[in-house]
Design a protein around this ligand. Sequence first.
Ligand code: PGA
Length: 262
Amino acid sequence: MTHRTVAIGGNWKMNLSRREAVELARAVAASLSDLEAPVQVTLYPPFPYLIPVGEALAGSPVRLGAQDLHPAASGAYTGEVSAAMLRDIGVVSVLTGHSERRHDIGETPEFVGRKTHAALSAGLETVLCVGELLEEREVGRTEEIVIAQLDAGLSGVTADLASRLIIAYEPVWAIGTGRTARPGDAQAVHAAIRSWVREQMGDRVAASLRIEYGGSVKPATAPGLASEPDIDGFLVGGASLSADDFHEIIRAAVAARSPVSP
Ligand code: PGA
């Protein structure tokens, strides 16, 4: 049994209307009341819905997260949003390095590193996403790619700042494709991530760091993945748009970490 609290994120990406977003947030908050074990649940709505979703979550344990930020504190950055602005409206967590931003928008590993450092320094929990492409996995480069993303993504991040860090391992070939990594394959990468963190930042950070798995997590695949020792939760895309599926995934993750009653 590990002491790490299970962490589950719902990454809504560019989906939902304002009304649907508020309704889904309310449904997720209401569904958590039957869970006894500790769990940390965070929703990542699109920017325009952060405030109404935050209002819908008020008084519930569900946390408000943002999908992106700019590394600068303020200034002439048209269309961008700073860590301070996010904190100002009640955001406590932010994603960096998501593969859709790396590969579709063209964010470089260095830019991801600046965002991660800025977010952690501003006091935000930061979920740094890493993961390999299918062609990289097929030629056996998975660990090398993931470690290079960690190296650039965590440049300048001290053990102190890393107390607010979560890492999400999201193999790119599994995101939105319906293909989930096999539990043993995901576990191997999670263990490699934790040992890299141990080498760089020491035992204490490595032991408390949550490493989420992401990539087509569904109610059917969550239990097997969650029972792996280094998988501490999930970052869920498509299935987080259904309150029922998201709830099933949360239950599976919590159940896998709960002690079996005598
Ligand atoms: P998916 O997305 O669950 O739809 O594959 C996961 C993610 O991109 O975080």
